[in-house]
Design a protein around this ligand. Structure first.
Ligand SMILES: Nc1ncnc2c1ncn2[C@@H]1O[C@H](COP(=O)(O)OP(=O)(O)OP(=O)(O)O)[C@@H](O)[C@H]1O
Length: 249
């Protein structure tokens, strides 16, 4: 198991623009994600994470487990800059998330795909539109968007449902749309926060198989889950969060 819970020296590089270039440059042994002595205290004084250290290497697949309220979502939120640590450093590919603002934070976020438990699809938009609207906002050409859309929908098994609206899909299908949206920009890092929390065992397994396939293609994948059975079924490193501290299982 390459996942290490440790402390390392400080580095801060600028966000690199080209995903594919960065992926090629990254060796398997380089850290994709590092938390260094991270504490998160919410404004009400609650310590959600306490002096936490974590390292996830490029191309690893790691589960984050732990009881409800233990700090799993807080940990993921800090990786994409939704929450800032009260103390410590959060590094993505050696880039200090805490120091980023504006465009540089937006560029970093383009390199991170995020999947949520509740899908967060736009009801008035079709599957294809839900998957591609971020690319449109980022200024991709129509040709490039089309080039990316078809293989992405194929990968999640929804090519035939590109013109459906979210309320015409099952929960499992909606979650697969949200995975397609997260990966259509080919981010090297994929974060999934309880992606199977609303799904039955069959759909959960389907989602896990897609995430594992993306990992086999080279993405670093971090998944939070309560589902011990699912964790046991997959052979990936597990980090448990308990009372704001991390434990390797
Ligand atoms: N904005 C906030 N302000 C204050 N406390 C918060 C805030 N967000 C989360 N918390 C608290 O921090 C703790 C960790 O929350 P977090 O959502 O990270 O837990 P979790 O492990 O993801 O839980 P679950 O599995 O139920 O989603 C909880 O006790 C929660 O109540």
């Amino acid at each position: 198991m390459r996942t290490a819970i440790n402390t390392q020296a400080k580095t801060d590089k600028s966000v690199r623009r080209e995903d594919s270039e960065t992926q090629q440059q990254s060796s398997n042994n380089a850290a994709m994600v590092q938390l260094r002595s991270v504490t998160k205290t919410y404004t009400n004084g609650f310590d959600a994470l306490l002096d936490v250290n974590l390292e996830v290497k490029h191309k690893e697949f790691v589960f984050i487990t732990g009881p409800s309220g233990s700090g799993k979502s807080t940990l993921l939120k800090m990786l994409y800059g939704e929450e800032l640590p009260t103390q410590g450093e959060v590094l993505i590919d050696d880039c200090n998330v805490v120091a980023l603002r504006g465009d540089r934070l937006s560029l970093l976020r383009r390199r991170i795909g995020i999947v949520f438990q509740d899908y967060k699809l736009i009801p008035q938009r079709t599957v294809a539109e839900n998957v591609t609207f971020v690319l449109q906002a980022q200024g991709y050409t129509r040709k490039e968007i089309q080039r990316r859309l078809e293989p992405t929908l194929k990968l999640v098994g929804l090519l035939s449902k590109a013109d459906r609206f979210p309320d015409q899909l099952s929960g499992g299908e909606q979650q697969r749309v949200s995975i397609a949206r997260a990966i259509v920009g080919t981010p090297p890092l994929l974060l999934a926060d309880e992606p199977t929390g609303n799904l039955d065992p069959d759909n959960s397994w389907q989602v896990m198989q897609i995430l594992q396939k993306l990992n086999a293609f080279g993405a670093t994948v971090i998944v939070t889950t309560h589902d011990e059975q699912l964790v046991r079924r997959c052979n990936h490193p597990v980090v448990q969060v308990r009372d704001g501290r991390l434990y390797r299982k």
